[in-house]
Structures are given as structure tokens and as C-alpha cells.
Design a protein around this ligand. Structure first.
Ligand code: TYD
Ligand code: MG
Length: 454
């Protein structure tokens, strides 16, 4: 292959920022000492442009689409996060901490797809065939439709894919792959970027769906390249507490579906099992008759999930009381504390306040505000809230309780799990009307809500 013009540039290994000269601090992500010199060749991009232009523009009506385009993985949790199954020709990035279960998840996807008669190719640059076999033995039986290949050279991988024409390919992981045309080491920004662009051309050109595993840095983004996230169609993050058994699959980008959806799995001896009722799972092990605990409801995509919110208010020994928030935004907790102080005259300036969402899940929805407020009040008064009470609603700065979306669905989920009383924004209660078997208490302010639990 003729070599094109090469030049050296400096890439930030943390975010992929490109600069013609070395810099101490990256202007992109503000990290220090992350710039590494890499050589890049100009020719490859030019080639892509030539090829693209060859087709010429077309009008929308001349493009054919098929209805039943998507391939189901027979894992409902994954299908939902993908937006209804795998889209042929799509490039999906699966990121997550090492050891969280990415390889296990994708091997199980391979197993199900192969069982359904799809040709699947699992390419590993991290483990030997024997290691994969050991993992596979824990998971179960595999059909011969699944082929394994241990390789890191992308040119060979490309040839193999072109010869075998599988329907789905797994690349485990992108950080181990290398392209001979690029002189920098595997895992560097230009390697990862170049490898992804090769894979993208394979996926789009042959209509093969490719899943790429990507490791995550300690800051929580896919190692090296933000660039990579722009190139792929879908970005999924696999997260969870390593010490807890559940894992959550979250879409952070999806060209073919919503990014709000989550899939919940449980890591077992025999691999990952789908959790069909996450609410029940999250509420396992709830303490009885404990102050500072209440259940709230958050919508994760189309699904309501019930969670236990815990608060502990304790007299502080420090000049500056301690405040922590696990599972939710720290500033949000401070804001809610200020609302309580101002609107309810609840003096917390001499107390440490700890807020925790049990189970280690992270929630960003403001609908849990009311639950957080009530948990704090309950703990500061040391009065337990009836365990059959659930609360949701957004709290505003004036102490007002504001409407949230899909209130009826949240109430239904509460009812399904045996809750008998739901405290919710008054506006939502008016919309919903009466629900059999559940007492709905509409509140306009945090004051109303606190009176409802007293
Ligand atoms: P793995 O899929 O190798 O993680 P990743 O590819 O994200 O680095 O996950 C490995 C972890 O999962 C390891 O700690 C062992 C555990 N595990 C189980 O608990 N049960 C199983 O059946 C399997 C295959 C793995
Ligand atoms: Mg792995």
C-alpha cells in the first residue's frame, strides 16, 4: 500500500483533542500532561471521500427500508435499550469499567443470536480461546453458528469478516486493536480512531452489525476518545456497583431509539440474568420501621422504577457540617436542604446530612425531590414513615411541589408493588382522579407533604 503524507500531531489521550504542538494542559478537558505525539497519515481520509462521492446524491423516496429490519437479541432488557433490537449495519459501542461484565453480556448475546440461526463472529484481543471457552462453559450451551477468533490486527480481521460475512461481529476490545498503517501503539487516540473508522466502513459497507467493547477511564468516559462516541451509532454504558450483583445498561447515544431507556441485569454464577421487575429488586432488604427512609419513583425511559431513599441527619461535631449525596446530585441535596431551612424552619445548619439512594443506582430525575425532602424530615424528627407510603414530585425553590410527567404510570407501579398511599403533586392528582386500592394525597407544598406524613 502506498504511504501517504505523514505528519506528527499531539493528541490528548483523555479526550482526543488534537493539537499541532505539545501542551501541558488540554484546552478540551483541562487534564494535565495528557498530550502524546502520534503520526497520522493524510491519505485515508481522502480515500473515504472519493468512495462516498461515487454514489451521488439520491432522493428520499428512492431509498428502500424494510419494516422488520431489526434483529432481536431475545434479551428484552438489551433490545429495549437498543430501541427494539439490533439494526443491521449499525456500530454499537459498549463501554464500562473493567470486570463489570461487558464480555459476559456480549457472549450471551452471541449465544442467543447463534441459537436463532444468525451467523456470529466474536473477535477477542484480550482473551485466549481457552479463556473464552471457560467463560462460555459457565454460561451454557453454544451453537456452532458462533465462531471465535483471537486477533488484534485489523487488516486480518477485515479480511476474515469479508470472507465469512457474519451478521453480527463483536470486537472485544477496541483498545487492543491495531492498524498497521498507524504507527502509534494500540489504545492510543489515533489507533482507536482509525480502527473504529475501519470497522465503520465494514459495518456500513457489508450491512453487518458490529458491537465494540471500550474500556472506561477513571473519569467514567470511554478511554481515549470522545471522538469514538461521535463515530458510532449507539453508545451503551454498562454500569453498577462491583460489589452489588445488579448491572445497569444505559444508552447515552442512540441514532435508532431513545436514550432514556435502561436495562437491568443481575450477575449470577451462570452469567447475566435479566431483571424483569427492577422495582422489586431495588427494594429488596428495606429496613422496617426505620426513620429517614421512604420510597420514591423515578421514570427511567418508559419504565417507572421504585427506589428507597435514605437520609441520616445527625448532630455535627464539625464547624462545617458534613453533607453527602450518594446516587444523586450533591448540589440538588444542598438546594433541598436550603428549601427546608427557609420554608419549614427546619434548622439543619448544626447537623450532618447524608442522603443515599439504596442499591447504588444513580438517579437524575427531579421527581425524587419530594422523597428526599421527606426522608430528611423523617430522620431529623426520628419518626419513621409508614412503609406503605410512596412519594414523588419535584420541589421548587419556593417550597412548591411541581408536577412531574407520567404520574399515572408511577402510581400504577406503586400499586403493583403493594403501596397503599401515594403522596404526589396536587396537579397530578387532579389529572389522575381516583385509583382503586391506593389513597392519593395531592400536595401543593413541602409543608403539605410533611403534614401528610406526620
Ligand atoms: P467480564 O465479562 O470479564 O467483564 P469485562 O469484559 O467488562 O471486563 O466480567 C467478569 C466478571 O464477572 C468477573 O469478575 C466474574 C464475573 N462473572 C460472574 O460472576 N458470573 C459469570 O457467569 C461470569 C462469566 C462472570
Ligand atoms: Mg472483557
Amino acid at each position: 500500500m502506498a504511504k501517504g503524507k505523514t505528519s506528527t500531531v499531539y493528541f490528548c489521550q483523555s479526550c482526543g483533542y488534537e493539537s499541532p504542538k505539545w501542551m501541558g494542559q488540554c484546552p478540551g478537558c483541562r487534564e494535565w500532561n495528557t498530550f502524546v505525539e502520534e503520526t497520522v497519515e493524510k491519505k485515508s481520509t481522502a480515500k473515504v471521500h472519493e468512495r462516498r462521492a461515487a454514489g451521488g446524491p439520491v432522493c428520499l423516496s428512492s431509498i428502500e427500508t424494510k419494516e422488520e429490519d431489526r434483529v432481536t437479541t431475545r434479551m428484552q432488557e438489551l433490545d429495549r435499550v437498543l430501541g427494539g433490537g439490533i439494526v443491521p449495519g449499525s456500530l454499537v459501542l459498549v463501554g464500562g469499567d473493567p470486570g463489570i461484565g461487558k464480555s459476559t453480556l456480549l457472549l450471551q448475546v452471541c449465544q442467543k443470536l447463534a441459537d436463532d440461526g444468525h451467523e456470529v463472529l466474536y473477535i477477542s484481543g484480550e482473551e485466549s480461546l481457552k479463556q473464552i471457552k471457560l467463560r462460555a462453559e459457565r454460561i451454557g450451551q453454544f451453537s456452532d453458528k458462533l465462531r471465535l477468533f483471537c486477533e488484534t490486527n485489523l487488516e486480518l480481521i477485515g479480511d476474515t469478516i469479508r470472507n465469512n460475512k457474519p451478521e453480527v461481529v463483536i470486537i472485544d476490545s477496541i483498545q487492543t486493536m491495531y492498524n498497521e498503517d498507524v504507527s502509534s501503539a494500540p489504545g492510543s487516540v489515533s489507533q482507536v480512531r482509525e480502527s473504529t473508522s475501519v470497522l465503520m466502513q465494514l459495518a456500513k459497507g457489508l450491512g453487518i452489525s458490529i458491537f465494540i467493547v471500550g474500556h472506561v477511564t477513571k473519569e467514567g468516559t470511554v478511554a481515549g476518545p470522545r471522538v469514538l462516541e461521535h463515530m458510532v451509532d449507539t453508545v451503551l454504558y454498562f454500569e453498577g456497583d462491583r460489589h452489588a450483583s445488579y448491572r445497569i445498561l444505559r444508552a447515552v447515544k442512540n441514532r435508532f431509539g431513545s436514550t432514556n431507556e435502561i436495562g437491568v441485569f443481575e450477575m449470577r454464577e451462570s452469567g447475566l440474568a435479566e431483571v424483569e421487575n427492577p422495582s422489586q429488586f431495588m427494594l429488596n432488604g428495606r429496613p422496617e420501621e426505620a426513620s429517614g427512609s421512604i420510597v420514591a419513583c423515578s421514570m427511567e425511559g418508559t419504565r417507572p422504577i421504585l427506589l428507597e431513599i435514605q437520609a441520616l441527619v445527625a448532630r455535627s461535631q464539625l464547624a462545617m457540617p458534613r453533607r453527602t449525596a450518594a446516587g444523586m446530585d450533591y448540589n440538588r441535596v444542598n438546594l433541598l436542604l436550603a428549601v427546608l431551612e427557609k420554608r419549614l424552619n427546619l434548622h439543619l445548619s448544626g447537623s450532618d446530612v447524608y442522603v443515599n439512594i439504596a442499591g447504588g443506582i444513580r438517579i437524575n430525575e427531579p421527581a425524587i425531590d419530594l422523597g428526599v425532602v421527606l426522608a430528611i424530615v423523617s430522620s431529623s424528627r426520628d419518626q419513621a414513615i409508614d412503609e406503605k407510603v410512596l412519594a414523588f414530585g419535584e420541589v421548587g425553590l419556593s417550597g412548591e411541589v411541581r408536577a412531574v410527567s407520567q404520574a399515572a404510570q408511577r402510581v400504577q407501579e406503586a400499586k403493583k408493588l403493594g403501596f397503599t398511599t401515594v403522596i404526589l403533586p396536587e396537579v397530578c392528582r387532579e389529572q389522575i382522579g381516583d385509583v382503586k386500592g391506593v389513597r392519593l394525597i395531592g400536595v401543593r407544598s413541602v409543608g403539605d407533604a410533611v403534614r401528610a406524613i406526620s
